[in-house]
Design a protein around this ligand. Structure first.
Ligand code: SF4
Length: 366
């Protein structure tokens, strides 16, 4: 049989099995590969008896987004973030809202060849404060993400991972050591949901959340997409909220966002705004201080309130900042209570804009 030849760089986190296969140890799928095979994520493959990353240096395009779009509401609010992804994913969510990227084969979707230095330079040039690994899950392109993150930090830029947190313990340490902030998708709060709709497991995701809270300085927020009839029962929302409160504490922001029919889940309606507001109320009653609604028009549900006096600290309308009542050291101007997060003296002024940019291509400079 002809063996497929990949154009990849050496991957980390794998070992040989006694039966001749090679096992990828990057994520809890533990794909076991014969020569020439790809893993479920499609971008890691076995070539020349080792695991390679086939998408190193290749992106699905670059955009400058508001940081609130990641979503991160308490990390350098109002600033622009250079965002990019690659192709593939290690989850198989039937409701994927980014399926054109996550289900893409490297060859048919990736356009831009960009070195870590070129990405970091482009971010600096365009006035971004951070670079985000997003659109598809960056754990599957760990080697590229880490190199880009190092190039960013060398230029004073922050780094942001948008991830489902489905990664093994050892690579998790390396990956998040290079990140300043993360948004972790907590897709539901039952093993059945993860098994039936994502062919994955809940426990490793909870492990990543606890790891981030108790073993790192990464600022992180959580997003749960509420899907009608799948993960939106008051009981499940309450269980999720109580777990966050008990295991992570009251200061981790939690975003409940609206689903729209997509990919293989076209039979479900959009999430009603009332469901998102109900979820927010339940999470606040569980003790969480910063709970937001997303993907709907709801300025009241998208603003940050002081847990000391109840006043508006940061007013938002979608991704736009409307009010700013934090002191330069991140305290309520009215009562002095500290707000959890990473703030600078003044908010950024990027607004809700989204702007595609071109990063000088490796191909062009070769
Ligand atoms: S990262 Fe990809 S190849 Fe590795 S175990 Fe996960 S899905 Fe399989």
């Amino acid at each position: 049989m002809d063996q497929q030849v990949f154009d990849g760089v050496a991957g980390r986190y794998w070992h040989r099995l006694d039966d001749g296969r090679v096992q990828c140890d990057l994520c809890p799928r533990y794909c076991k590969l014969h020569e020439g095979q790809r893993g479920l994520c499609f971008v890691r493959a076995r070539q020349s008896d080792q695991i390679v990353l086939t998408t190193y240096g290749r992106s699905s395009g670059f955009c400058i987004d508001p940081i609130e779009k990641k979503p991160l509401n308490h990390f350098l609010p109002g600033t622009p973030v250079l965002s990019f992804g690659t192709a593939g994913c290690n989850l198989t969510c039937k409701f994927c809202q980014n399926w054109d990227i996550s289900k893409a084969r490297a060859s048919d979707r990736l356009q831009d060849l960009a070195s870590p230095e070129a990405i970091a330079e482009a971010a600096v040039r365009s006035g971004c404060r951070s670079v985000a690994f997003t659109y598809n899950d960056p754990v599957i392109f760990l080697e590229y993400a880490v190199d880009v993150a190092q190039a960013c930090r060398a230029r004073g830029l922050k780094t942001v991972a948008v991830s489902a947190g489905y990664i093994c313990a050892e690579p998790r340490v390396e990956f998040f050591r290079h990140m300043d902030a993360a948004n972790i998708d907590l897709k539901g709060f039952t093993e059945d949901f993860y098994k039936d709709l994502c062919s994955a497991k809940l426990a490793p995701v909870l492990g990543t959340l606890e790891y981030l809270k108790h073993s790192t300085e990464v600022w992180f927020e959580i997003t749960t997409l509420l899907i009608p009839g799948e993960n939106d029962s008051p009981a499940e929302i309450e269980a999720l909220s109580r777990w966050v409160m008990e295991r992570l504490g009251p200061d981790v922001p939690l975003h409940f966002t609206a689903f729209h029919p997509d990919w293989k889940m076209l039979d479900k309606p959009r999430t009603p705004p009332a469901t998102l507001r109900m979820a927010r109320r339940i999470a606040e009653e569980a003790g969480l201080r910063y709970v937001f609604t997303g993907n709907i028009h709801d300025p009241a549900g998208q603003s940050t309130y002081c847990h000391g006096c109840g006043g508006v600290l940061i007013g938002r309308n979608w991704y736009e900042l409307m009010d700013w009542n934090l002191s330069p050291d991140g305290r309520c101007r009215a009562c002095g209570t500290a707000c959890a997060g990473m703030f600078e003296g003044k908010p950024g002024r990027w607004g809700a804009r989204r702007q595609a940019i071109t990063v000088p291509s490796l191909a062009a400079s070769a």
